[in-house]
Write a protein that binds this ligand. Sequence first.
Ligand code: ATP
Ligand code: MG
Length: 447
Amino acid sequence: MIRKFIGKVLRRPGRRVVHAKHYGIRRDQLHSGALKVCDRLQAAGYEAYIVGGAVRDLLLGKSPKDFDVATSATPEQVRHIFNRSRIIGRRFRIVHVPFYDRGGEEIIEVTTFRGSAESPTDASGRIIRDNVYGTIAEDADRRDFTVNALYYDPNTEEIIDFHHGIEDLEKQQLVMIGDPVKRYHEDPVRMLRAARLSAKLGLAIAPDTRKPIRDHAALLENIPSARLFDEMMKLLLSGKAWDCMQALRAHGLHQPLFPLLDKLLSQPETAKFLQKALENTDQRLADDKPVSAGFLFAALLWHEVEALWQKRLAAGESKISALIDAMNDVESKVSKRLAVPNRYSAAMKEIWLLQPRFEQRVGLRPFRLLEQARFRAAYDFLLLRADCGLVEKSLADWWTQFQVSDETERTAMIDLAAKNGQSGDAPAKRRKRSRQRKPAALKQSGN
Ligand code: ATP
Ligand code: MG
């Protein structure tokens, strides 16, 4: 009790300033665009710092995903200084300043220091608008975790630490600033951020920050499905997607976001499939390779689609129409929680629809399948299924071989598949037509 009290007194918030060099951080490790934004804002007489995840990641020796700037200038004042910038957001107004770096556009997000005045909330305590501006100290209080309330001044090369963030990084713990229950009510997404950041950075969630999460998970039901989708993407693209999914379940956060996770993780084959899909994603990100959201969602939802597909087939529906109906059922169920944008769900559905076509190794069909724009993703998906024993490995091997073979070899492969009875079912319509054509063929061959 006394120790806890002393601990609280010792951890009183307050401004601590350390030199970044002590932690091995040099100005040249920072994004040139973020440095320019800070320099120009400071030259115009405003305070400006690189803040949040970038400072935290540099202290952890990781390379930051993005660079955010916090300033005393209002969004309009920032907008005035950078002529290509634009103000976005309603709930939180921020300014996007674009820079052209390494061949592409990179955005530096500039936020104005938030004030401590109470922001308007809805019935559940959720902040619905937060555009009251304040000082840097007030801004620090409004940030989520102590390790995210770190401000780096590129000109003095000092880090300002308001909530013992550096100490918590050293202790490898994630601690919510203020009263965690109140902070979760204000913005339930903070619970998802706790799960993601702890998995991604290898930090333990401190007991007081962790304990209320399970009981407050249902608050996420109040969050718009578009924001939940964004958070889901951050979890999946964190570089630790598999760990993040397990963390979601461990903290009871998957129910409002992705309730299927229970079913997936409770069966060894489906858990293995998900683990492989997500670990592949993590590896691709580590190798700086692109990752397709359509592929990820195809993997996350495949088992549900397959289960409904089988049910419809058993009820007598035809193969492809049963698959299409199953896909639509799953899509509409998921969209109530996660607003998956059309461009991703279209890719996801194409990957699913191409799966039964891999079985049709007859005539020109394999050649036509090869020409499909989504062939590569669908083939990778087939490999994943084969890897987990969800489809014959010989089918995946056949397609691996088919791709590297020349025209004559390909035709021979198709003939051999026919001989071995591996041509798959032709779609119903085609079958009917070929039956009609049969007598003519018989006549020709003289039978
Ligand atoms: P990442 O590595 O994913 O970018 P991050 O902590 O930088 O992690 P951002 O979404 O880029 O995450 O947010 C930037 C900063 O804004 C955070 O470090 C934190 O200080 C603050 N922040 C973001 N979301 C919230 C929130 N929901 N509540 C309070 N502060 C937040
Ligand atoms: Mg960030």
